[in-house]
Design a protein around this ligand. Sequence first.
Ligand SMILES: C[S@@+](CC[C@H](N)C(=O)[O-])C[C@H]1O[C@@H](n2cnc3c(N)ncnc32)[C@H](O)[C@@H]1O
Length: 362
Amino acid sequence: MALPAIDPARYEDQLAAKLARYRAEFAEFGLPAPAVFRSAPLHYRLRAEFRLWHHEGRIDYAMFDSAEPKQPILLDTFAAAAEPIARLMPLLRERLQASDPLRRKIFQVEFLATLSGECLVSLVYHRPLDEAWEAAARTLATDLQIQLIGRSRKQKIVLERDWVQEVLEVDGKRLSYQQLEGSFTQPNGGVNRQMLSWARAQARDLGGDLLELYCGNGNFTVALAPLFERVLATELSKSSVRAAHANLAANGITNVAMVRMASEELSDALAGGREYRRMAGIDLAGYRFSTLFVDPPRAGLDEGTIALAKGFDNLVYISCNPDTLRANVAALAASHRIAAAAAFDQFPYTHHLECGLLLQRR
Ligand SMILES: C[S@@+](CC[C@H](N)C(=O)[O-])C[C@H]1O[C@@H](n2cnc3c(N)ncnc32)[C@H](O)[C@@H]1O
């Protein structure tokens, strides 16, 4: 991928270009004027990943541009990275440089931070990690006050925990989330807060029960559940489902049933297909679903899920890919109209735009 030029002077222009494309591509579906949610122009990414480049006795963070994939771009810090990561980067580099067990055959560093100020760092190696590594890593983690993980082939050493605790203030409430290393979490925390608030505003008067697909660690579930009588939430990833259970409990949410299932399987179960053992104890027929909430990966919705969506009065759709969103909206156009739209600039200075739509039955 070509590396974006991160330049706050370009922020409004790059956003305007993306909004113009969004409006044009959805004009035929009667897109209402989207509510626009901006990113911070700098230090917005809570995740960042760098190669470590060994040269002339020193190591440096490196990124690569697809135009010149063999030429490392060396950096001390990174303007897109959230403040805790940007502050940590030079300190961490110096400490890695100065320690033989920490430096030897390290090739990648991954950062995961929170708006609450926590930071987790994964150091990735081309060699097995031993006791000398672990002793040096413990001192480093204590000195820099970070969570630290060491990884190499078939080895993962978690010094304390492999997650960070995020706290997001949404509509005056403090929502807390366990966010796992290696599992999906929204990369732009400031924009995520705005997405949660927008989704709550769409759902506020819908009532009844909610079906949520692709719920991840319960990011939206925790924010939306208080607005519905009952919620059935599903997600494919085992580790995310575990985090979602922890997050529901931590936020005192008791009206959600969570099932680990692919959206394809859930649509099949709801369409009266085969029986799924994971649905044992879930009284599907007892739900009075008013609303379907989806936040799928870039591929968008599969055919079964589109068929399922056709039966809902309300569909709240968060999408990280306007192309598949457009195809899915086209497939629903005969039954549903767009009642509200949003643009979330989750990925500034790239051509990516996160979109939100409320679709309602015609
Ligand atoms: C864009 S993320 C959204 C997660 C969550 N809503 C959030 O805000 O953090 C998409 C999620 O869909 C899950 N997923 C991918 N394919 C799936 C499938 N076929 N069925 C169910 N979940 C799937 C991924 O594990 C990921 O957690």
